[in-house]
Design a protein around this ligand. Structure first.
Ligand SMILES: Cc1cc2nc3c(=O)[nH]c(=O)nc-3n(C[C@H](O)[C@H](O)[C@H](O)COP(=O)(O)OP(=O)(O)OC[C@H]3O[C@@H](n4cnc5c(N)ncnc54)[C@H](O)[C@@H]3O)c2cc1C
Length: 397
């Protein structure tokens, strides 16, 4: 069966869903498929940054932002425990936004909220449907799916790190994996501190970052310096507890794990984000380490900016050539996010030596206590500056 539609989206993660919702809301005929049978229930990306909330307000619906905030947990402070000494407080409420906090909301919830809003516009994600190949000419894209061929004016590859769309475009995805595993677990914690803030423990053995999830759970991200990359993604609760104990100097006990995984993190950037009528969005175009919680946020913002540009072109309000600006605007942003998250990740994984020890012990505490530095970091992580610049360049109708 051939179906005509204006925008075809492959991949219903946060990037694909955000783009589809923008099109549906603005009356652009859109189809969105996903090869998976059902929406993932994994919490994956947890931090929704203020810049993303402002973008959702502006491009989608302030009611959606409210819903996300109600479902999530607002966090306004972080504590940095260096070498098991007294923690240094980092005030996140200095972010200059109405959303002066980090919203902790499991990715599965963000996706559910986006998908439910999409369904209200009569657009359903077509699951168990895989993009296998495509070809394009001057007017259209022919998309080969498992079971049918579809046609559309534009194709968006929102199909994640292993993007078929990117492979078929033959774009390189340069970068490399980090030398060591990242371990995630959604668990209950037993520790001597209040359970409402982000806590980060850094010492000679590695790093633990802890994020409160609504309902009393914590997401722990363990980055041990002593681990060799493992092929196994599964791990036992005993193994998780043992690494947590080692990295926290025995201060954190974990109980009742809901989800644990071990994975290798890559940092990579696609050589281009567009070939004529075909675009790459989100993880299909750039993947980062989870340090700073930027991956999903950058993807959602890519999606909204591109959807805005395409809608203007489809509705005859902008010239086709204006689409060139998508890659011009978004690739440098992805590159700078990659640079920042790469630096932090390398520092976290670097082998212990006298210089690193002295830097952590004497220099980092001084810098982190310096309020203007805290403001600079909180503002950078919030992506507020990036989001507002993009909104200025891409105003709504
Ligand atoms: C274990 C884990 C933990 C993470 N933790 C964090 C974190 O703490 N902070 C953070 O910011 N980021 C984190 N991330 C990264 C974050 O999840 C991604 O940045 C985000 O999911 C990107 O969204 P996306 O929509 O671009 O791609 P994805 O979420 O990967 O979605 C792509 C979708 O495309 C579908 N698809 C793929 N190929 C095809 C095809 N050929 N045809 C049809 N459909 C297809 C897939 O089924 C998938 O649903 C984590 C990722 C993982 C795996």
């Amino acid at each position: 069966m051939n179906q005509k539609t204006q925008v075809f989206i492959s991949g219903a993660g946060p990037s694909g869903l955000a783009a589809a919702l923008f099109f549906a809301k603005n009356g652009v005929p859109v189809r969105i498929i996903d090869k998976n049978r059902q929406r993932s229930d994994k919490s994956k990306a947890l931090g929704v940054q203020a810049g993303t909330l402002e973008s959702i307000d502006y491009y989608l619906d302030p009611e959606m932002t409210k819903k996300m905030i109600t479902q999530g947990q607002k966090v306004s402070s972080a504590y940095l425990h260096i070498d098991h000494r007294e923690p240094i407080t980092v005030d996140l409420s200095v972010i200059s936004s109405n959303y002066n906090f980090v919203l902790i909301l499991p990715q599965s919830e963000t996706e559910r909220i986006l998908e439910e809003a999409l369904e209200k516009y009569g657009v359903k994600v077509e699951r168990n449907t895989e993009l296998v190949d495509f070809e394009q000419n001057d007017n259209r894209v022919l998309i080969k799916l498992s079971g049918e061929t579809a046609r559309a004016d534009f194709l968006l590859g929102c199909d994640g790190a292993h993007s078929t769309v990117r492979h078929k475009l033959n774009f390189s995805f340069k970068g490399s994996p980090y030398d060591g595993d990242f371990i995630l677990g959604d668990v209950q914690v037993n520790w001597p501190w209040p359970k409402d803030s982000i806590r980060i423990f850094i010492n000679a053995k590695g790093t633990i970052a802890c994020f409160p999830i609504k309902g009393g759970m914590y997401r722990l991200v363990l980055i041990p310096k002593f681990s060799k990359p493992s092929k196994e993604s599964d791990m036992t609760s005993a193994e998780f507890q043992s690494i947590t104990r080692e990295l926290s100097g025995g201060k954190i006990e974990t109980l009742d794990p809901q989800w644990m995984t071990r994975f290798r993190v890559h940092h990579r950037l696609a050589e281009r984000f567009r070939n004529d009528r075909v675009f790459l969005v989100g993880d299909a175009a750039h993947i980062h380490s989870p340090a700073g919680g930027q991956g999903m946020n950058t993807g959602i913002q890519d999606a909204l900016i591109l959807a805005q540009k395409l809608t203007k072109v489809i509705q005859g309000k902008e010239a086709y050539s204006s689409l060139d600006n998508y890659e011009k605007e978004r690739r440098p942003i992805a590159k700078s996010v990659l640079r920042a998250t790469d630096l932090v990740s390398r520092m976290g994984l670097a082998k212990e030596n006298a210089l690193l020890h002295a830097t952590r012990r004497y220099l980092i505490p001084k810098i982190v206590k310096f309020k203007p530095f805290q403001r600079y970091v909180a503002h950078g992580i919030s992506e507020v500056g990036i989001a507002r610049k993009q909104i200025q360049k891409n105003p709504s109708f």
